[in-house]
Design a protein around this ligand. Structure first.
Ligand code: PMV
Length: 322
């Protein structure tokens, strides 16, 4: 029996990725079909501080102390200890198991961190509240790519659809009508760090063009928010596709993602776009629930290696609680 078990979901970004790094708002949704589970087994017979960490999906089986100083798992454990003003945790084995695809824009790094932080703090007897979990999640995300917006750790900590803007309190999104999304994995690994660096370079080289691009995406995200609030899914779909075109213009798409988007639209999706960092990873497509199986078939025929159909329920959209 594990002493402790804590889980965290995956996520998709509905709209506004990349622009969110430069202060524009973005919308993200938790995805519960994939998750990370961290289990902690106490080893009371071992000396305090003997902590073994096992994460099969990244072939890791090591004492935490032997990990490099900036290893994200080690940093997450260290930051929890810092919250508790302690230098060691009681001897234990930490097992992290994740069904999230790596480098696919579904928030695998944030999901691992959030489940780990929740598990370690629960093991220490005081589960940290969401605000602290989110803060630690953000610190660890910085190790994965230097300048994260914080959207991944936020949506995965609060497990609610969020309207996110850097430096502002997280808003839970109001969703008037439930909707269905298909998430389709292109099978090509994305690189958020590389994609973010590419956009930054493009911005330096062409500031006026970048500013116009940023403004367009800001408008699209605000329109999607308003459309979700009144249940106008047709408008949401059109704006998702426009968002994809803008992401393409910034250089973060590729031929596989573009082909999947085109296929989704041709087979009846109301809108489709890449989701997350890009250069690989996933696309999302907004569909009628009844259409979903047919669109999935088309996406698989076009080269998608995996698909998830996720139903996003209606929600009332209150301000996030701490
Ligand atoms: O982790 P990903 O690949 O879903 O990308 C995160 C979204 C970006 O806007 C590209 C980066 C960020 O920190 O917001």
């Amino acid at each position: 029996m594990p002493a402790i078990s804590c889980s965290a979901p995956g996520k998709v970004i509905l709209c506004g990725e990349h622009a969110v790094v430069y202060g524009a708002p973005a919308i993200a949704l938790p995805v519960f079909q994939v998750s990370t589970v961290t289990k902690i087994f106490a080893h009371p017979q071992d000396p305090t501080g003997t902590v073994q960490i096992i994460a099969p999906s990244i072939s890791l089986n090591s004492p935490v102390d032997s990990l490099p100083e900036l290893n994200p798992l080690k940093v997450a454990v260290d930051l929890v200890m810092k919250e508790f003003h302690i230098d060691h945790i009681p001897a234990c084995e930490i097992r992290i198991q994740s069904t999230l695809p790596l480098a696919a824009g579904m928030g695998s790094s944030a999901s691992v961190t959030i489940s780990l932080v929740r598990a370690v703090s629960t093991f220490l007897g005081h589960p940290l509240d969401n605000e602290v979990v989110n803060r630690i999640g953000f610190e660890v995300e910085k190790l994965h790519h230097g300048s994260p917006s914080g959207i991944d750790n936020s949506v995965i900590t609060y497990t609610m659809p969020v309207f996110f803007q850097q430096g502002k309190p997280i808003e839970y999104l109001k969703i008037a009508s439930p909707f269905t999304l298909i998430i389709a994995d292109s099978g090509k690994k994305g690189s958020t760090a590389e994609a973010v660096a590419g956009v930054r370079q493009w911005r330096q080289m062409n500031q006026p063009h970048f500013n116009a691009w940023l403004e367009e995406i800001r408008k699209i995200t605000l329109q999607i928010k308003e459309s979700l609030e009144i249940g106008n899914l047709e408008a949401v779909g059109l704006n998702l596709t426009l968002n994809h075109e803008l992401l393409k213009a910034s250089g973060v798409s590729n031929s596989e993602l573009d082909a999947l988007v085109t296929t989704a639209l041709k087979s009846g999706a109301a809108g489709a776009k890449l989701s997350g960092g890009g250069l690989g990873g996933n696309i999302i497509a907004l569909v009628n629930k009844e259409q979903a199986p047919a669109v999935v078939q088309s996406l698989l025929a076009c080269g998608a290696v995996k698909t998830i159909i996720t139903d996003i329920p209606a929600s009332s959209g209150n301000q996030a609680k701490k």
